[in-house]
Design a protein around this ligand. Sequence first.
Ligand SMILES: Cc1ncc(COP(=O)(O)O)c(C=O)c1O
Length: 414
Amino acid sequence: MNHAESHPSPLQHQDPEVASLLLREDRRQAESLTLIASENHCSAAVRTASASRITDKYAEGYPGTRYYGGCEVADAVEDLARQRAMRLFAGAEDANVQPHSGTTANLSALLALAGPGGRIVGMMLKAGGHLSHGHDRSHTGMVFQARQYGVDQTTGRIDLDEVRKVCKEHQPKVLIAGGSSYCRDIDYAAFAAIAREVGALLLADIAHPAGLMAAGVVPSPIGIADVVTMTTHKTLRGPRGGMILAKKDVQKQINSSVFPGSQGGPLVQQIAAKAVAFGEALQPQFKTYQQQVKANAAHLAERLLAQGLDLVTGGTDNHIVLVDLRKVDVTGAQVEERARIAGLSVNKNAVPGDARPPMVTSGLRLGTAAVTTRGFGKNEVGAIADVIVGLVRGSDPERFRSVVQGLCEAFPLP
Ligand SMILES: Cc1ncc(COP(=O)(O)O)c(C=O)c1O
């Protein structure tokens, strides 16, 4: 009998149905390897803060100016999270830690900077952008007049001439740089210059590489972009949520666009968990972790290339590797399913110019943040690369289960 069974938690006692689902998820994560580039494993301290009693507290407004009484602790929590965020992203002039998610952060920032009906330009989803950058199925593509830029079809890289051309034609109020499956460094200074040429503001969405940037291992837009949005749960390894860093001259609009513009009461428990994660990210070990995340992705890319797979852009500068499956007779969806059977959690992803629909795709997006949290280095990442090559080439996924299980056991969740 294990500890959990001999001492049932309040949840197990009151609601065994939900408790057993959550236990199943604990097991799923422990017994598989997460290679989904947008996921990570946050610490027990972050999870404790996120599950704390402060979840009960309403705190509409900002520290010192709340619409509810009893906010003294919530104020201190939010101030602490903001201060740590600004230490972590040194040079940031203001931090809003209230956005519930990356999408809310983007919507709030875009409404503040472009206004309803305003013109925006962002990267196409198929080229590696995000839905919330003006895709027509997202409110950002409905509420704003959005135009999108792609990437160079041969190199897979952002073509700054195309960005400039689209901006000159569309005259946006906001130009967005950043994406969900873009695996190369972005030249933020060049984006800022284009934004200035057309009188636009620059919004950098660093949802993916935020942790790498906080650790200084990839170039950051802080001090360059007018506004920086991010999620706190990917490479930054915090709780699920969003954050906006803004220059002083747009800070007021941003804050009122988050509350009362787009959200009501902030999730104070998530803000507390963000503060914990930022505290962790300020420790020297975080830099070592991010260096390893980047080195692991580079090694994964090398091993896949060496075994004949194609990668979008031919490699990576960050934690993401995007496999282009078009030369192999297999879809992203098929490899995702084979990987699930082998014990790998991955996601199908469009590649630039993909002719297949989003639920099928011709690509596979891989990320090294979560396995590096488990302690993976070069050898383990190399073993995973070999499994992926086998899955892509059609080997029976069951064959790889024992290799994956062995790695899960040798590198338990934190
Ligand atoms: C670049 C980018 N922006 C925004 C988001 C949205 O974040 P969320 O899922 O928290 O809304 C994502 C999520 O994957 C993303 O990759």
